[in-house]
Design a protein around this ligand. Structure first.
Ligand SMILES: Cc1cc2nc3c(=O)[nH]c(=O)nc-3n(C[C@H](O)[C@H](O)[C@H](O)COP(=O)(O)OP(=O)(O)OC[C@H]3O[C@@H](n4cnc5c(N)ncnc54)[C@H](O)[C@@H]3O)c2cc1C
Length: 338
């Protein structure tokens, strides 16, 4: 196990904002994780488990223990008919898991290509892209209960999955359960999800392969989103708000071009459209900027501080609320005082 004191988190978070953790521990086995949880030296300290740090904004130094898994295994858990269940350790890079599926001709995960982060967080965040969400594949989530050190296995139905939501994000579960492995259900049977706009054109391609879909997804993502290694960000900073039909009708009356998507809970309005229509596209505060190619993303142009990002976040929220009467919620996990 690697334990570091006063650890600079810049390199383990994709926002690349300079903040420190009092202790940073990277464990290589579940026994090591259990020993961290019971070590008297860390008793009573705040604790946070991170993955690839691609959906985090630390607003200040973290006065506690930051944990990360260095366990990276993929194994077949079982097979039933054409379904293959892969047990993937939390520390496996999500895109490496997708690549593994492509190499082994397993269908289902290809639309999740190139999403930053790790398998463990995919089950917490219910990551999604191009019409597929992690919940569509997840069968079970293996966790360690930090209160007892016991293993707890959650069936997908128990995880309360929704749009970028799971039970692991709720008050009583966040921080209590550390995901150690995720079991995903893939299929040997050829099938694709190509309903999302830019992927539709692939539906007519003869002999379409998993590799073709993966390559197209990566191509689209590269054209729209910042590459974490080159330009710091945490992906979409805001969730797309879901409003009532009445609210939507009000908006439509005032702004007839308002884009919308019906959902079971109301009408989803793209947050990027709201932000763009407040004139914030490309606007900067210090080193933080609303990404000109995708307004949902706040980028670190190199020297952004957490205060710059927080100020820009606040300004966007105020402008959207003032113009449209909608309060945007952050998709990014904000750690520290706002
Ligand atoms: C350029 C870019 C593009 C992105 N595109 C997308 C996209 O298309 N779709 C999408 O859904 N997201 C996207 N994201 C957001 C991000 O990739 C996802 O939220 C991802 O799941 C975060 O994974 P992570 O391992 O980096 O988790 P982190 O950011 O490290 O952590 C996220 C949350 O999960 C918790 N957590 C992490 N690991 C564990 C664990 N083992 N046990 C318990 N809790 C844990 C953390 O405490 C935190 O609350 C993007 C981000 C970037 C930077």
């Amino acid at each position: 196990m690697k334990i570091s004191h006063d650890f600079d988190l810049t390199g383990v978070t994709t926002f690349h904002i300079p903040v420190k953790a009092r202790i940073y521990a990277e464990y290589e086995s579940i026994d090591e994780l259990r020993s961290l949880l019971t070590a008297p030296a860390y008793a009573g300290m705040s604790r946070l488990h991170i993955g690839g740090g691609s959906n985090l904004l630390f607003t200040e130094d973290y006065d506690g223990l930051v944990m990360h898994s260095a366990i990276r295994q993929i194994a077949i858990a079982r097979e039933t008919g054409s379904d293959v269940y892969l047990k993937v350790s939390a520390g496996v890079n999500l895109d490496s898991f997708v690549e593994y599926c492509i190499e082994h001709n397993l269908y289902g995960a290809e639309n999740l290509s190139y999403i930053p982060g790790e398998a463990g967080a995919s089950a917490v965040q219910n990551v999604g892209a191009y019409g597929v969400e992690a919940k569509d594949l997840i069968s079970e989530v293996f966790t360690i209960d930090t209160a007892t050190g016991d293993e707890m296995i959650f069936q997908a139905e128990e995880c309360d999955y929704g749009y970028r939501h799971s039970i692991f994000k709720t008050k009583d579960f966040a921080g209590r359960y550390i995901v150690t492995d995720v079991v995903y259900r893939l299929s040997r049977e050829k099938h694709f999800t190509l309903d999302y706009g830019p992927l539709k054109e692939l539906a007519s391609v003869d002999g379409l392969t998993l590799r073709d879909v993966r390559n197209r997804v990566i191509e689209i993502r590269r054209s729209k989103l910042p590459e974490p290694d080159r330009l710091g960000s945490a992906g979409s900073f805001f969730k797309n708000p879901v409003v009532t039909i009445e609210k939507y009708n009000e908006l439509k009356a005032e702004y007839p071009e308002t884009p919308s998507y019906p959902t079971p809970d109301g009408v989803k309005i793209p947050a990027a459209w709201l932000i763009e229509n407040t004139g914030m596209k490309g606007k900067s505060t210090g080193g933080a900027q609303v990404y000109p190619r995708q307004c949902l993303v706040i980028v670190n142009n190199g020297d952004a501080t957490a205060a710059d990002v927080v100020a820009l976040f606040g300004e966007i929220r105020e402008k959207v609320a003032a113009k449209f009467g909608i309060t945007l919620s952050p998709e990014v996990n904000i750690i520290g005082k706002l």
